[in-house]
Design a protein around this ligand. Structure first.
Ligand SMILES: [Zn+2]
Length: 452
């Protein structure tokens, strides 16, 4: 070999390996396969889903290959140029499978590189034995999906194929399956978006209370919170980064009251913008009241951070660093920050490291970007105690999505642990223990899933 070739090879090798500190002796041969097998086969807890029920999908107009494309893949297909209205038509019975394929084809081919769409391809292959999504396969794939829904499909996918012990659902549907397996989180969005007299009336009706003052609104929130607690509710979910920024100032009651008193007299078109700055002090005040309830009842609070799904939003609204005042004020509330904060992974690391009451949940993350997930899981395992990381939530409306996403997650978690063992940063035993913690035990402990 020429000297220049050797030099080039040496340079390439030095860049292709992680530069890592060695603490433990290097592992025994076969460690990589042992770690991968362990992570691939272990029972996991799925911390976050939006599942609709099987019967609903059986009746829907998307019980064909669109089952694999209607959630998340749809965002990238629209981002690649397909109009919202054209996409919506694909979710009805008004077109044949082939007509649907012809309409979606240019946008699918323009976006099939993204991880959302790679997840759909992996699911088609591993769940239905269909190697690609194209004009020669969509009929077969559609027929297989229809047939699957004639079986006990949810249990088959979630229990047999995914090996999931618990699923935490962000939704209200209690007919998904075994109540021992499905747990629920509750949003209190109506208390943030109470921008007109009609909205106040709708809370009155729902909770059977009279609301004339801000104190009454706070009392209604208490009723709503305790009703949820009597059921199977394990955490509060805050999704408001879709509508406004995550800075919740500690506003005075008078300031919030002034807005409530104004809102009380507004109706129809005079309602305040629910996502406008005028509503913000009232929303800030209600967030603090939710945290009072969470503190009193030891209920964890999950917060959407980072990327907002769909088309068009303000990413700076969802920066988790904006939440620091809440972490300081509510030291004994457990805050769970969602989605790896994409793209705020470094901010997330510092928050979870600095604050003992801040936890990380990697739900949705692997299909946003497998390489970001891998890079930051590496970094989080160096910066954040492993007992505060929850490493899987599918974040899907349908079980097929959960399955594909979990295949991504198991691969990435194994990749990171193998790499850390290879470098001697962790021993093989430590890596297996961490997998057990981040994919299973932490979620059960933090969300108290064994309690009910
Ligand atoms: Zn979600």
């Amino acid at each position: 070999m020429k000297f220049t070739t050797i030099l080039l090879l040496a340079i390439t090798l030095s860049f292709s390996t992680y530069s890592q500190v060695q603490i433990k002796p290097l592992p025994k041969a076969g460690y990589d396969q042992r770690i991968r097998d362990f992570v691939s086969n272990m029972k996991v807890v799925d911390t976050h889903e939006h599942l609709g029920n099987q019967a609903g999908y059986e009746k829907s107009g998307k019980l064909d290959f669109m089952m694999l494309l209607f959630h998340y893949a749809d965002d990238d297909i629209k981002s690649a140029g397909m109009s919202k209205a054209a996409f919506e038509r694909l979710l009805t019975d008004s077109m044949t499978v082939m007509e649907k394929w012809t309409a979606i084809k240019p946008y699918w081919e323009g976006s099939s590189n993204t991880a959302y769409n790679r997840a759909a391809l992996l699911t088609a292959d591993k769940l239905f034995g269909v190697k690609d999504i194209n004009e020669t396969t969509v009929e077969e794939l559609s027929a297989k999906i229809k047939k699957a829904y004639e079986t006990d499909w949810y249990n088959k996918v979630l229990i047999e194929k995914c090996n999931i012990e618990y699923v935490v659902v962000d939704g209200e549907d209690r007919t998904l399956g075994d109540p021992k397996m499905f747990k629920f989180v509750k949003r209190f969005g109506e208390y943030f978006f109470v921008n007109s007299s009609e909205k106040i009336q709708s809370i009155e009706k729902k909770e059977g209370v009279k609301i004339q003052t801000l104190d009454d609104l706070v009392a209604a929130l208490g009723v709503s919170f305790h009703k949820a607690m009597d059921k199977d509710f394990v955490a509060v979910k805050i999704g408001i980064a879709y509508e406004r920024n995550l800075l919740f100032e500690d506003v005075s009651k008078e300031k919030a009251e002034a807005i409530f008193d104004k809102v009380k007299n507004l109706s129809g078109s005079t309602a305040l913008l629910y996502n406008g700055s005028e509503m913000k002090p009232l929303q800030d005040y209600m967030m603090h009241r939710i945290l009072d309830l969470a503190r009193a009842n030891k209920t964890p609070v999950e917060i959407h951070t980072g990327l907002q799904a769909g088309d068009g939003n303000y990413i700076e609204n969802s920066n988790p660093a904006l939440l620091a005042n809440l972490f300081l004020k509510y030291r004994d509330v457990q805050f769970i920050l969602f989605h790896g904060g994409y793209p705020f992974g470094g901010e997330l690391a510092t928050l979870a490291k600095n604050f003992r009451n801040v936890y990380l949940d990697m739900c949705w993350l692997y299909i946003i970007s497998p390489s970001y997930s891998e890079r930051y899981l590496h970094e989080w395992l160096e910066t954040v105690p492993a007992n505060k990381i929850m490493a899987f939530g599918g974040d899907f409306l349908n079980v097929e999505g959960v399955y594909g996403h979990l295949l991504f997650a198991r691969q990435i978690v194994a990749n990171v642990l193998i790499s850390k063992v290879k470098d001697g940063y962790l021993s093989e035993d430590e890596a297996l223990k961490i997998a057990q913690m981040i994919l299973h035990d932490n979620a059960i402990r933090i969300l108290k899933l064994n309690n009910q």
